[in-house]
Design a protein around this ligand. Structure first.
Ligand code: ADP
Ligand SMILES: O=P(O)(O)O[C@H]1O[C@H](CO)[C@@H](O[C@H]2O[C@H](CO)[C@@H](O)[C@H](O)[C@H]2O)[C@H](O)[C@H]1O
Length: 465
């Protein structure tokens, strides 16, 4: 039975979120035929039942009477008799993960281009865009919780694997910004949706693929690497006073431009979506929210406990704020891995908010300082990540400090230059957001990359982060 094949296969997939817990069963919630042929393509929404819990995933199911070698790695299993409506019928089909089949994946573009409805699955394109359906796809190497297909060097189609009911904030934001012809975003082309529990739910988004570009994290690390490679002595055997400004790969110009781009994106978000202000009594209550998250984090990662005093002191200053706080839609999980440097510009990706948070929280209005704080933390990460495992880490510490300080300052200068508002009165809130982000990172690293947990933890040991 197909359900049994899926149950044996899904637990081994990189994007499967319930690893480590046995799968009791898989059931098929919806099954839409997109192409009735050989190869054939079906879209499935499946429920995975584990220990009384249920999670939903989407699967693009390919069916072939004969499976070529290039698709063997994608095999789900041998499917019994199946007859496509108005299509081929066979006693035995090879069922496989169709994202890897470049003969089938053009159907996704084709259907978006034609605004098709197949069963409960709706394919849509944005008004005034032409979709080139002739391009061949490849699955992007860095497959994580989603699967991204790159078509030629033109489109990237991100398929959300684990489904939660609701419109994905990324789709909501980039379509609204594209409508305004906002700069610094990747042009959206189309999307796929269905209804889950009666709620329109995003299944996939297709947008411009930024070819010939690098993400900010890789670029920043190149700069840090260059700084750390500079000799400790000058040509006369004297200690060399190396600063981040001297490094050939100085990043401060890019950090400044990234700050400008960030301010511009915030400006566009404020124009495209409603804005509000948090009045003073509510501002005081923001500290309670920070504290609740801290308490949950300490319960999960006990190493945080020794830093609670430092963190609380920063949160306490939020209670003393005397000005209301403007709020708007923000990125929500802003860091160097979410920005790409193209030949001409910085582009911001992934307006999805923090993974793992409920949709309502990811869409909630917040202070743009939260994004600013996220990026400031990222400069700290970039500087410190390369210190791990180095025997000379202690002697490089001043360079790390200097690199982070230089790029953080350049980013802030760029943000203000680009029209972003940061007043001296904002410093307490900015620090609190930085603390809150570092607390989030400790939990994120403890769960996902335990060897990295020292990076955010070290932030609490330095005064003022
Ligand atoms: N529009 C795009 N153009 C080029 N590369 C992209 C684009 N969108 C994403 N990527 C690449 O895919 C990586 C992961 O994308 P992302 O959407 O941020 O996935 P995740 O949500 O899993 O972090 C990015 O770091 C980037 O390298
Ligand atoms: O990109 P995602 O939406 O999946 O964000 C999550 O993963 C990020 C790591 O990939 C994590 O970011 C943290 O590590 C980055 C370096 O890998 C660093 O640049 C960020 O500053 C740091 O927060 C992010 O927090 C998490 O939500």
């Amino acid at each position: 039975m197909l359900e049994e094949l899926l149950a044996a296969w899904i637990g081994r997939q990189r994007w499967f979120g319930g690893k480590g817990r046995p799968i009791d069963r898989v059931s098929i919630d919806s099954d839409a035929t997109i192409e009735a042929g050989d190869p054939g393509l079906r879209h499935l929404v499946v429920s995975v039942w584990q220990d009384g819990t249920r999670d939903r995933y989407q699967v693009l199911l390919g069916l072939r009477s004969d499976l070529p070698d290039r698709l063997k790695h994608a095999l789900i299993g041998v499917h019994g008799p199946y007859a496509f409506q108005d299509g081929p019928s066979r006693d035995e089909w090879y069922a496989y993960d169709a994202v890897h089949d470049h003969e089938l994946t053009p159907w996704l573009l084709e259907c978006m281009g034609r605004n098709c409805d197949w069963g409960t699955v709706r394919f849509r394109h944005l008004p005034d865009v032409e979709i080139d359906t002739s391009l061949r796809s490849l699955v992007l190497g860095a497959e994580q919780s989603n699967t991204s297909l790159v078509y030629g060097d033109t489109y990237i189609c991100k398929l959300f694997r684990r489904l939660v009911p609701g419109v994905n904030p990324e789709l909501e934001v980039i379509t609204a910004l594209a409508e305004r012809h906002a700069p610094h975003i990747a042009q959206p082309y189309g999307w796929v949706e269905t209804d889950l529990d009666g709620t329109p739910t995003t299944l996939a988004i297709t947008q411009e693929f930024l070819s010939n570009s690098n993400d900010g994290w890789d670029l920043a690390l190149t700069s840090v690497r260059d700084l750390y490679a500079m000799p400790f002595e000058d040509g006369y055997g004297e200690p060399a006073a190396v600063t981040a400004a001297d490094a050939g790969g100085d990043f401060a110009g890019e950090s400044f431009r990234l700050g400008c781009a960030t301010a511009r994106v915030h400006h566009e978000l404020a124009a495209a979506f409603p804005t509000d202000v948090i009045e003073i009594p509510e501002v005081k209550r923001m500290a309670e929210g920070f504290r609740r998250r801290l308490a949950r984090a300490v319960a999960e990662v006990p190493e945080l406990r020794e830093h609670v005093g430092t963190i609380e002191a920063v949160y306490h200053r939020v209670e003393e704020l005397t000005a209301e706080v403007p709020v708007q839609r923000v990125h929500g999980d802003y860091h160097l891995g979410q920005v790409m440097r193209t030949n001409t510009d910085w582009v911001v990706l992934d307006f999805e908010g923090e993974p793992g948070q409920p949709l309502s929280e990811r869409r909630a209005l917040s202070s743009p300082l939260r994004d600013v704080a996220g990026m400031l933390r990222s400069f700290d990460y970039a500087a410190r990540h390369l210190l791990a495992d180095r025997p000379d880490a202690a002697s490089l510490e001043p360079r790390a400090e200097d690199w982070a300080a230089r790029n953080r300052a350049a980013f802030l200068d760029g943000y203000v230059d680009g029209g972003g508002a940061i007043s001296p009165a904002d410093s307490a809130l900015l620090k609190a957001f930085e603390m809150a982000k570092a607390v989030y990172e400790v939990v994120y690293e403890a769960r996902n990359r335990p060897t990295w947990v020292g990076i955010p933890l070290a932030a609490f040991r330095r005064t003022g982060l």
